[in-house]
Design a binder for this molecule. Sequence first.
Ligand code: FES
Length: 272
Amino acid sequence: MRDHVAIHVRHPRATSRQDAWWLAPAATAGGLFLLFGYLTFRALHPVYVWWEPYISPAVAPPVFTAADGPPGSVPVAHAWFGAFPSWWPAFVPQSPAFVLPWLAIVFRVTCYYYRGAYYKAAFLTPPACAVRGVSRRYRGETAILVFQNLHRYALYAGLFLLMALWWEALAAFFRHGRFGVGVGTIMMIVNAALLSSWTLGCHSWRHLIAGRRDCFSCGQGMSARYQVWRGSSWLNERHMLFAWCSLVWVVLTDVYVYLVSSQVVRDWNTWS
Ligand code: FES
């Protein structure tokens, strides 16, 4: 007991755990830093993000695109509203990622799972629920962290982006108007499916569809609502798994589009 007191005095973040409990948070920090860092870089440098009919999820959906963009840019004809307008601020890069896709970052960063993960990964308080003996007091999500409450609103953006990504994935079955399928199509479909599994297991979504109900057998349509809620609960139990799988797959899909668009690898498809 005395030893523990002495440890706390010397190291404010010391705990009574003797094992390498910090390993998992450190790995989480490394993973998040790498994946978010990569996607931020791609948002800032949107080269080779397009190869008809594939589009990288780093820049999808493209509301605007640069009229004279770098190689492999999203073509003006594919952007919802064409080229970036003249009023677009000069200090914001003309990357489609800065119009709508950045909302995905807000949705992800405020996700309950990621919040827990990066609080622990950044060795904030508490470092982990199972770690006893932390000397700093847990203050919860107060002060500046109140912005985390944005998540319930970011969900609406997340749902909208999800529909847009499904649209892009289904459009990837058509190359120059001809139906077919390629490896990129499958990558984009899996990407949309994994993002759906993560989004539809969201705590806010689960609350939205049934959180205020006390009785699932009262009223019309409750049985359908109950089934949707059960499905969401199943996904919610695996929320961490889908959070990671969807994030990794977004990166893999972007890398694949980059490699095909820059002609480093050849896409296997039924069109050629
Ligand atoms: Fe993770 Fe909402 S809690 S997406």
